[in-house]
Design a protein around this ligand. Structure first.
Ligand SMILES: [Zn+2]
Ligand SMILES: [Zn+2]
Length: 242
């Protein structure tokens, strides 16, 4: 299994890092920041092969890249295969309305179907060829829902927190995971709405040692010395897991 970060930064693109998102096996995309399309092109990803896109929540750094993809599929790169878009309840209206505001009429029929799947915590769900679980996270609860996803790909289980503060649900999400991609916005200590290195230390102690943690959504370069099986994402970095 191949996991490639498109970007690894927070909403402010701190330190010049691009907004965090990643791609698995060049087919399954996790979050869709504004730079989704240029990064997929830079990586040479065949765009019609994209099969499932998971959206954790509707902050701009996590979903605003979708209209450019829809535009691409209308004008430059035709596709026929269904495109699955997983997200919080309301993801279809969010995506289609926002895309129409960006470029009127780009949600018209383009020869493929967009199939939306709303997160339903507490049950196993399907999106195209993938089986996954959605777990509510603790991000900006007063303004929107945010979900973490645990997804089975190639016999591996990848859990992704999206944006979240430390919460017990992270352990439910990471149950049985080979890899946990975690919000680690604060390179030192902790702070509001997101996790920081202090939280990562606590999670590392409680998680199975075999779960590899990958830190992303960064505001800087965390010092992970002394933390076993923890690596830090960087823009366009690829990790391989056998
Ligand atoms: Zn974010
Ligand atoms: Zn957010």
């Amino acid at each position: 299994m191949e996991l490639t970060f498109l970007g690894s930064g927070n909403a402010f693109a701190s330190g010049g890092r691009y907004w965090s998102s990643f791609l698995i096996d060049r087919k399954y995309q996790f979050d869709a920041p504004p730079t989704l399309l240029p990064h997929l092109k830079k990586l040479g990803v065949p765009l019609p092969d994209l099969e499932v896109i998971f959206i954790t929540h509707h902050h701009g750094d996590h979903f605003m890249g979708l209209p450019f993809l829809l535009l691409e599929y209308i004008y430059l790169t035709p596709r026929t295969k269904d495109l699955f878009i997983v997200g919080p309840p309301g993801v279809e209206a969010w995506t289609e309305d926002f895309a129409e505001r960006c470029y009127p009429n780009i949600t018209r029929d383009a020869g493929y179907r967009r199939r939306y799947v709303e997160a339903r915590p507490g049950e196993e769900q399907k999106a195209g060829p993938l089986t996954f679980r959605a777990v509510p996270m603790n991000h900006v609860k007063e303004s929107m829902e945010a979900f973490g996803y645990s997804v089975q790909v190639d016999g591996k289980t990848i859990a992704y927190t999206g944006d979240t503060m430390f919460c017990e649900e992270i352990f439910e999400l990471a149950e049985g995971a080979d890899i946990l991609v975690a919000d680690s916005t604060y390179s030192e200590g902790s702070g509001p709405e997101h996790m920081g290195l202090d939280d990562i230390r606590v999670i590392r102690q409680r998680l199975s040692p075999r779960t590899t943690m990958i830190l992303t959504h960064l505001n800087g370069d965390p010092n992970t010395n002394g933390l076993e099986n923890v690596v830090t994402a960087s823009d366009l970095a690829t990790f391989h897991f056998d």
